[in-house]
Design a protein around this ligand. Structure first.
Ligand code: IPM
Ligand code: MG
Length: 371
């Protein structure tokens, strides 16, 4: 059956392949039970691609990503590729996908499921009901700024350089996404930078302030320094709704926010570009957790972040809100029934495997959809 939902599946390395296979089962369930067909192709990425194809992402795979309606990615990386040169490392594939697909808006929701309120390292009352969104700028800043490299200054003395830079339009477009998202949530944006120290921080604050004045003055806006934000996230996280920040601070603060929810294994993400003339918006969806080499291949990984990344794909790339909600509901129910993978279980609880968790979600999909 042909389909207008062309998905490129990139399982990648480590637990990426294991958690992805649970999503493929859900896609199969959907085509059987919901008559939704996906046109799925699968390719190598990361270390797996480096080993077989000589680079962490081949030009053909990159082209296929650009031609698809959405990309679903597992995880990349592992210690066996630590000594590979930087532009061929597994992480370079991620950075290339983000840049060439122009996925400037990275949505990292941190939601605490009631059933997991005790898994967080913070007291349950601080995080119960938490629902915040870190919006990270993903295609600029110090991750891509030039010049960069290591140069020789004199004998025995070298200098390493990274460059942090942001333009007006780069800040405006991420700011707009942040304000628009906040309007559909609790209408509050916290813009995070280091305006007290950095040129880019001062500039970021100025651009966000004038954008707010011009187009979004009905949204509550606060500014916060990144170090204070890290502290506030663990002190009183419920003060936040949408946090909008640059590439590097977003990387750091999203790991911090993730842990509030109890486990990195619970967090999905969406990376989005802008809508083009044909109405298409490029999107890549991936769990926030990495490839977890320590538990890879052992059927222990938590597939829920990957499954919820797929739910985000349905929502943001295909406007399938009902199906997206159905999957989120199934995940919630499975957790309420007490199923726990290793990463979210308490000491006295028994852990289920990756496959058992995946099967439980499908079982629950049958129940919630009345099949
Ligand atoms: C992330 C990761 C990546 C990043 C790495 C793997 C390149 O930490 O997506 O947060 O730094 O962006
Ligand atoms: Mg990170």
């Amino acid at each position: 059956m042909s389909s207008n939902k062309k998905i490129l599946v990139l399982p990648g390395d480590g637990i990426g392949t294991e958690v992805m296979s649970e999503v493929l089962n859900i896609m199969e369930w959907m085509s059987k039970n919901k008559s939704v067909s996906f046109d799925v192709s699968e390719r190598l990425v990361g270390g797996a691609a480096f080993d077989r194809e000589g680079n962490s992402i081949s030009d053909a795979t990159m082209q296929e990503a650009l031609d698809s309606d959405a990309v679903l990615l597992g995880a990349v990386g592992g210690p066996q590729w630590d000594s590979v040169e930087r532009d061929k490392r597994p992480e370079a594939a991620l950075l290339r996908l983000r840049k060439e697909m122009d996925l400037f808006a990275n949505l990292r929701p941190a939601i605490v499921f009631d059933a997991l309120a005790n898994s967080s390292s913070l007291k349950a009352e601080l995080i119960k009901g938490l629902n915040i969104l870190i919006l990270r700028e993903l295609t600029s800043g110090v991750y891509y700024g030039l010049p960069r490299g290591v140069e020789k200054i004199k004998d025995q003395e070298e200098k390493a350089i990274d460059t942090q830079s942001y333009t007006t339009s780069e800040i405006e477009r991420i700011g707009k996404v942040g304000f628009d998202l906040a309007k559909k949530r609790s209408n509050k944006v916290t813009s995070v930078e280091k305006a007290n120290v950095m040129e880019t921080g001062m500039f970021w604050r100025k651009i966000i302030t004038s954008l707010h004045k011009r187009e979004f003055n009905d949204v509550e806006l606060n500014h916060m320094y990144a170090d204070n934000c890290a502290m506030q996230l663990v002190r009183y996280p419920k003060q936040f709704d949408v946090i909008v920040t640059d590439n590097l601070f977003g990387d750091i603060l999203s790991d911090c926010a993730a842990m509030l929810t109890g486990s990195l294994g619970m967090l999905p993400s969406a990376s989005l570009g802008s809508v083009d003339v044909s109405g298409k918006r490029p999107g890549m969806y991936e769990p926030v957790h990495g490839s977890a080499p320590d538990i890879a291949g052992q059927n222990k990984a938590n597939p829920l972040a990957m499954i919820m990344s797929f739910a985000m794909m349905l929502r943001y790339s295909f406007d399938m809100l009902e199906d997206s909600t159905l999957i989120e509901k199934a995940v919630q129910n499975v957790l309420s029934k007490g199923l726990r993978t290793l990463d979210i279980k308490q000491d006295n609880e028994k852990a289920v495997s990756t496959k058992e968790m995946g099967a439980a979600v499908i079982e629950e999909l049958n129940i919630v959809s009345g099949k």
